[in-house]
Write a protein that binds this ligand. Sequence first.
Ligand SMILES: NC(=O)c1ccc[n+]([C@@H]2O[C@H](COP(=O)([O-])OP(=O)(O)OC[C@H]3O[C@@H](n4cnc5c(N)ncnc54)[C@H](OP(=O)(O)O)[C@@H]3O)[C@@H](O)[C@H]2O)c1
Length: 282
Amino acid sequence: MSTYFITGAAGTIGSEVIHSLTAKGEKIIAASRTPEKTKDLFNNSVTAVHFDYENEKTYNSALNSDGIFVLGPPLNLELYELLEPFINYLQDNNYEGKIVYLSGNGMENLESLPFHKKMEEKFKNSTLNWNVVRPSFFMQNFANYERENILDRAILFSPAGEGKSSFVSSRDIGTSISALLLDKNKNKETHVLTGSKSYTHYDVAAILSDILEKKITYANPDEETYKKVLKDSGAPDFIAEYMIPVYGMIKNGSVENITTSIKDLTGSDPESLEDVLIRDFK
Ligand SMILES: NC(=O)c1ccc[n+]([C@@H]2O[C@H](COP(=O)([O-])OP(=O)(O)OC[C@H]3O[C@@H](n4cnc5c(N)ncnc54)[C@H](OP(=O)(O)O)[C@@H]3O)[C@@H](O)[C@H]2O)c1
């Protein structure tokens, strides 16, 4: 049995990594700024520690692990600056365990949001024992970020144009990361994690319409309309600054690629978008 230090422990991906590793009998140090909440979430089956990328004094329990999952919080334009001190700390302390970093499919070419690319380079230029996963858009984004639009307004409101995305399930991402942490032979590899099919947002609206038995419309907002609606709803300007280029990757076709990485890493086929949306919305 080994011990794994999991950041973003209470979040979408971190919690799936923890579920996958505990199912295999591994020990978990669950790292978050809210350890009490995290402890409850996992019914006391993990060691919950206070961890904040902004506070170096909270880094030391990572050194008591055989592997680390590094996840940066979303919607942060300064993500590289937030995470870099932790990576420096691991390197300065000659950390020898395995590290998996969560990047994003297509982000290696997204000049306007360079943080994941810079983080990948940081690992590649380090002496650390890293692997990188680049997942496509999460299938769970619809439940996590668009639930109110879908259920209350019967719309999908992302500026994704008519492009396709190879949506991937957070559960499959978690299982793939746990497989990478456990496999001693996998080092310095980058895996693009996708579902087995690509969909437009029109396709997603049609699937949701079937599940909810009511018409869900994809509004396909242009950038100006999207910005205005966010502003009118009180969202700070940086949200549009972040989301427009992210959804632009769907619009311009750079995240419709399909890989076999999930099957290769876990031995199982990826979950389908239909199954995940039924679980989240039925
Ligand atoms: N959504 C997508 O489609 C997609 C696709 C590809 C890649 N990604 C990447 O996935 C990442 C987000 O993953 P997610 O959806 O699992 O995130 P999430 O559910 O929002 O969880 C993020 C976690 O980060 C923790 N956190 C926030 N600030 C922190 C800090 N200063 N120090 C330590 N922990 C902190 C939060 O926990 P506490 O508040 O408890 O500390 C939270 O649990 C981003 O890097 C994003 O670029 C997303």
